[in-house]
Design a protein around this ligand. Structure first.
Ligand SMILES: NC(=O)c1ccc[n+]([C@@H]2O[C@H](COP(=O)([O-])OP(=O)(O)OC[C@H]3O[C@@H](n4cnc5c(N)ncnc54)[C@H](OP(=O)(O)O)[C@@H]3O)[C@@H](O)[C@H]2O)c1
Length: 297
């Protein structure tokens, strides 16, 4: 066991993050970043050798204080996994008055990463859990009537406004746009900063997690997860938390120096939407996000 290495993982208390924490614990010390101390301590008991850091990723004040706490630990960081995320059919606002989904899935991980980057050692791996829902041309996305990321600007997204022509399914444009932005940022960071390695992963349609579960009853959630796993074409893209964890750990502990890649649920490089693969779009998302965060700091 490589105990001299430490890995930061956000959202380790459920689903893909919990499975990844259990797997990642074989590679070193874990810094468990989540919003609920009791849940973090329960994961800490399961993994051993872990340090809990309480952080609500939707709240920028909380993100800044968590970043300071992590830097103050002065442990040798080998990897940062931005995994925490949420999806909700009800629009809500964060502590700064911004769209909660956009703040949790894009602004929070973006701010956490930017605060930590200067303190990460050369060659450190930074991984973002994205989602193929951002790509309107992807088969399962089209079949479900979703329209992909609907980015206008970072300020518009923070205000809960999405490009016209989106889906009628509540909460999906917010989720898809947040994932479009964090994927664009990951790819831009990789070009901007060759000292570190930035990659993203689409974990697949992963059943048995808590994503969106608060919005539907347990039976619908179970049925939906199960059908997705067996009915083509969804079954082709389906995964489980344990399988996702293997792929994520492989990318997070990779020493080959690969950067700027976006992996699918099998760990094979894939393409995002045409928009997200465009470096001009990626740089615009990063510049607009920085400007928005600067405004509030
Ligand atoms: N499941 C899928 O099919 C799928 C597909 C593509 C991408 N993803 C992405 O995979 C990642 C993990 O999702 P999952 O499916 O494993 O869902 P999950 O079981 O609901 O896990 C989400 C994790 O994020 C944490 N979290 C949510 N909001 C937070 C906040 N404001 N501050 C700090 N932590 C917060 C949760 O903490 P609590 O335990 O405190 O709630 C939990 O640990 C997400 O980024 C998701 O978008 C999932």
């Amino acid at each position: 066991m490589e105990k001299h290495k430490a890995y930061i993982i956000t959202g380790p208390t459920s689903g893909i993050g919990l499975a990844t924490a259990l797997e990642l614990a074989k590679h070193g010390t874990l810094i468990l970043v989540g919003r609920n101390r009791e849940k973090l301590e329960s994961v800490q008991k399961q993994t051993g050798n872990a340090i809990p850091v309480v952080c609500d990723l939707s709240d920028l004040t909380s993100v800044k204080s968590a970043a300071r706490e992590i830097i103050g630990l002065q442990v040798p960081i080998a990897g940062l996994l931005n995994n925490a995320g949420m999806m909700s059919s009800k629009a809500a606002k964060n502590a700064q008055g911004w769209d909660l989904t956009y703040a949790t899935n894009h602004l929070g991980p973006f701010a956490l990463t930017e605060a930590l980057v200067p303190h990460l050692p050369d060659g450190c791996n930074v991984v973002f859990i994205a989602s193929a829902i951002e790509d309107p041309a992807r088969k399962p996305v089209k079949m479900m009537g979703m329209k992909g990321g609907r980015y206008i600007s970072a300020a518009a997204s923070a205000a809960g406004k999405w490009k016209e022509g989106g889906t009628k399914m509540p909460g999906i444009d917010a989720y898809a746009t947040s994932k479009q932005c964090i994927l664009a940022a990951a790819l831009a960071f990789a070009r901007e900063n060759p000292r570190l390695h930035f990659n993203a992963i689409e974990p697949g349609i992963t059943r048995g997690t808590g994503l969106g579960a608060a919005d539907v009853n347990a039976f619908v959630h179970f049925l939906f997860g199960h059908l997705m796993a067996i009915i083509p074409p969804f079954s082709r893209y389906s995964s489980t938390p344990a399988r996702s964890a293997k792929v994520i750990c492989k990318v997070l502990t990779d020493l080959s120096g690969k950067s700027g890649l976006y992996y699918n649920e099998k760990g094979v490089p894939m393409r995002g939407s045409d928009e997200v693969m465009d470096p001009i779009f990626q740089d615009r998302v990063v510049a607009e996000t920085r400007a928005l965060l600067h405004e509030k700091s």
